[in-house]
Ligand binder design. Structure first.
Ligand SMILES: [Fe+2]
Length: 200
């Protein structure tokens, strides 16, 4: 095992702690998303590299929220255009933070975390191209990103500690995923998310 492989779990945990320290609810949500995303990957019989990337990308999908001002993140009302711009940067900022772990002083990029970084970058992309930051559609969106999109929405809807929004039951959230299968979400992945959610 090389030095980067040995550092990988520790870096992921340190970043995850940083997210929780900044915003506890986001930190707890992110840990659940990591576990759910991995379980979906197991159901889809993905290989170990993808499962590892799903775990870390799930845990760290909102890492870039460290770059969103606290007043915007905790804003109780509807967001103005400038606040939305700040929020919509977080996938790119988070992916950049993860990629920076792979930059060598001489500028060489090792690519070790690329699956994780592309997953983080894509978790707000939507299957029909209506998401952000790139507006990618279908399989232009990385597989990790398409799984995270589903799991992130499911957990956000059902999060019991969610003080700001209505809390949905698991069945209501799964109905929402099914209703938007093929538009917002990859229809090939929705059944695996339903299966995992029904088990947990
Ligand atoms: Fe996010």
């Amino acid at each position: 095992m090389g030095p980067i492989e040995e550092m990988r779990p520790r870096l992921a945990l340190a970043f995850s702690e940083a997210v929780a320290a900044y915003d506890l609810a986001t930190g707890e949500h992110s840990r659940r998303v990591g576990a759910l995303a991995r379980a979906v990957g197991v159901t889809l019989t993905l290989g170990e590299a993808d499962l590892e990337a799903l775990t870390y990308a799930g845990m760290l999908h909102d890492l870039g929220k460290l770059g969103v001002p606290e007043r915007t993140l905790g804003w109780p009302g509807s967001l103005d255009a400038a606040q939305w711009r700040e929020i919509r940067r977080h996938p790119t900022v988070g992916a950049g933070m993860v990629r920076s772990c792979c930059m060598q002083p001489e500028g060489y990029y090792c690519g070790e975390f690329e699956l994780v970084a592309t997953g983080i970058e894509a978790h707000h992309e939507r299957f029909d191209g209506s998401g952000y930051p790139a507006g990618y559609a279908g399989e232009e969106i990385s597989l990790i990103g398409r799984i995270l999109a589903l799991v992130d929405v499911y957990d956000s809807m059902t999060e019991e500690r969610n003080y700001r929004r209505h809390v949905f039951s698991s069945n209501e959230a799964l109905d929402y995923l099914a209703e938007n299968s093929g538009t917002l979400f990859d229809p090939g992945l929705v059944p695996a998310v339903v299966e995992v959610a029904r088990r947990t």
